[in-house]
Design a protein around this ligand. Structure first.
Ligand code: A5P
Length: 252
């Protein structure tokens, strides 16, 4: 029996895990909720499954998307969309992550959507992360930290963040030699730190640099993370405990 997984087997496992956590997240929803709809492949699974459940008539919710891509998918799936509005509090935001570190500290923005993702996470009473097991890390930083940067400020932002100990790389579009542009028409700089020793301190330093619209560190945002491993989905909590998804009693 082969003990080492091939790349294809590992990708299949990861996809199965994404579907499993998306299914589990749909399972905690209740009719009438206003939702935040995340971005990335795991969130797309969530949006698809949510659409199916709504089409079956078993659930009635509306949502606000964290990216144009998710908004288009939600529309295709028949999920009613709402707009940002004063006084609006979302019941629950569900989103993926690129890394989940201690205390449910996160790196997000692999898809370039972390600005809207953070806005939506903050506008929600409960921020629920959904992820495959590969995202859980003992320390953040192996995944390059994305920054959304105003184009005019790019050279100086790169100089400043290099001074914080990373290798900054401007993200390029997948299909062209053009710089990648966010939904807000800003640039993304991916900061290769290798490891982030003090995430709180780094977040404060990044917030002080003019031209950085938002960084991809989400500290103190996630209330729980549904993570799939060995065919089971468990809810990880900020204090390091795990519990069965059904026992997430503090959900709105
Ligand atoms: C989008 O900008 C990101 O924050 C995503 O939530 C993150 O990249 C997770 O994506 P996957 O679900 O595709 O791993």
């Amino acid at each position: 029996m082969a003990l080492v997984m091939t790349a294809t087997e590992s990708a299949n496992t990861q996809n199965e895990q994404k579907k499993a956590v998306a299914r589990a997240a749909v399972g905690v929803l209740r009719s009438g909720m206003h939702l935040g709809l995340g971005s990335g492949s795991t969130s797309q699974e969530f949006i698809r499954l949510l659409g199916e459940k709504m089409q079956s008539g078993a659930l009635r919710v509306d949502g606000i998307a964290t990216s144009v891509e998710s908004e288009n998918l939600a529309r295709q799936c028949g999920i009613p969309l709402i707009e940002p509005e004063r006084g609006l509090k979302l019941d629950l935001a569900v989103d993926g992550a690129d890394e989940i570190g201690p205390g449910l500290s996160l790196i997000k923005g692999g898809g370039g959507a972390h600005l809207r993702e953070k806005v939506i996470a903050r506008a929600a009473r409960y921020f629920l992360v959904i992820a495959d097991a590969s995202k859980v890390v003992p320390r953040l930083g192996r995944f390059p930290l994305p920054l959304e940067v105003v184009p005019f400020s790019l050279p100086w932002v790169m100089d400043e963040v290099a001074g914080l100990g990373c290798k900054p790389v401007q993200r390029m579009s997948k299909n062209s030699a053009q710089p990648y542009k966010t939904d807000q028409q800003n640039f993304i700089v991916d900061c290769h730190f290798g490891q982030i020793v003090d995430a709180e301190k780094l977040a404060r330093q990044l917030q002080q640099i003019p031209g950085i619209v938002e960084h991809g560190l989400f500290l103190g945002y996630a209330k729980a993370a549904l993570v799939a491993n060995d065919g089971r989905v468990a809810a990880m909590l900020p204090d390091g405990r795990s519990k069965p998804v059904e026992e997430l009693s503090e959900l709105p």
